[in-house]
Design a protein around this ligand. Structure first.
Ligand code: DAH
Length: 339
């Protein structure tokens, strides 16, 4: 039997195959349940006890050699050119469709990257807030009509708890938890009780920036805004600041950028004005610094806040805000980006 095994090993080792079918036949001949090796294992029962050790080892070797041979043949045939394998290895692979980022994420990431370059780090805060963080600590007096500027969702059982109406609430948390100087940028989802339309939604996204240090001036704010606008909308972009009112900044302003579509000539997106309103900003009101335990005689700061939906609509010429929330693939797959 030992001779038979040795002979079979030699036969197997010298075997060559030209096609995958021949490999398969070879495998069946030797390695299937009814193959030559299985038959030898059957005969093993009748081997005298004193030979069992040698023959057992030889049988195992035989099986190992046969398995290795099959694998080797399969591999070498698959790596040869078409015809032998029946597979055209020069064909392109199956294209896998990658998902794309949501346009709001794309613009959010762009904005955050611009502020990161200016040394602002990201901070995030809770969406469910108390009255203090959303209003009082930001200098919104009790019963003041300024609270009506933001159609707030209150918790029915506890009107002290709200869904935050702006990312400015995170400024308060930042002032509580961060050492000065503070230079932070805050993306977040905010909520207002508004009827849903092409231009408004009850959920939308904002980005807030806050900078507090000694000697921060309005000139610093203006330069930051100019840099930001040029980075986001292109180097030719102009900005203009219009006086405005927010309870937490003094003075306050709204910033317009020159319309990136008509370059100031007037079109239907900028409603013929040549300007697009982008964000609110101002110097942090000394009352806010005081309310948050910061020495208003030593420190000054600026803050700004913007809606991501609005900027994304302007950047991509999107006319209906509801498209952002419907998640229709035909809409979403039009946006591709590196970040
Ligand atoms: N929180 C304001 C809003 O939601 C936006 C805003 C305006 C944020 C001026 C600011 C700011 O930080 O300085 O309408």
């Amino acid at each position: 039997m030992l001779d038979k095994i040795k002979q079979l090993i030699a036969e197997i080792e010298s075997f060559v195959a030209a096609t995958p079918e021949e490999v398969e036949q070879f495998r069946i001949r030797h390695l299937s349940k009814k193959g030559s090796i299985a038959a030898l294992f059957d005969d093993f029962r009748n081997v005298p006890a004193e030979q069992k050790k040698d023959i057992g080892k030889a049988l195992n070797d035989l099986k190992t050699v046969a398995l290795a041979k099959v694998n080797e043949l399969k591999e070498s045939l698959c790596n040869t050119e078409t015809g032998k394998t029946g597979i055209d290895l020069t064909l392109p692979g199956d294209v896998r469709k990658l998902g794309s980022r949501h346009p709001l994420s794309i613009v959010k990431n762009e904005i955050l990257a611009i502020f990161n370059k200016l040394g602002f780090t990201i901070s995030e805060g809770p969406e469910i807030e108390d009255d203090w963080h959303n209003f009082s600590a930001l200098n919104f007096p009790e019963e003041h009509p300024a609270r009506d500027m933001q159609d707030t969702f209150f918790l029915e059982k506890n009107p002290d708890i709200v869904l935050h109406t702006h990312t400015s609430s995170v400024q308060v948390r930042d002032m509580e938890t961060h050492e000065l100087p503070i230079r932070l940028v805050t993306p977040g989802r905010v909520f207002r009780n508004e009827a849903i339309s092409a231009r408004a939604h009850c959920i939308f996204h904002q980005i807030e920036a806050l900078y507090i240090d000694e000697n921060v001036s309005f000139a610093d704010l203006k330069q930051t805004l100019t840099y930001f606008a040029k980075e986001l909308f292109g180097p030719d972009t102009q900005i203009r600041l219009r006086p405005s009112y927010f309870p937490f900044t003094e003075p306050s302003a709204e910033m317009d950028v020159s319309c990136s579509l008509c370059h100031g000539e007037g079109c239907n997106v900028c409603k013929g004005t040549g300007w697009l309103e982008i964000l609110g900003c101002g110097m942090v009101d000394p009352n806010v610094l005081e309310l948050n335990g910061i020495d208003k005689n030593k420190y000054t700061g600026f803050a700004l806040g913007m809606g991501i939906e609005r900027i994304t609509m302007l950047k991509y010429g999107i006319k209906d805000l509801r498209l952002f929330f419907e998640n229709d693939i035909r809409f979403l797959e039009q946006f591709t980006t590196a970040i």
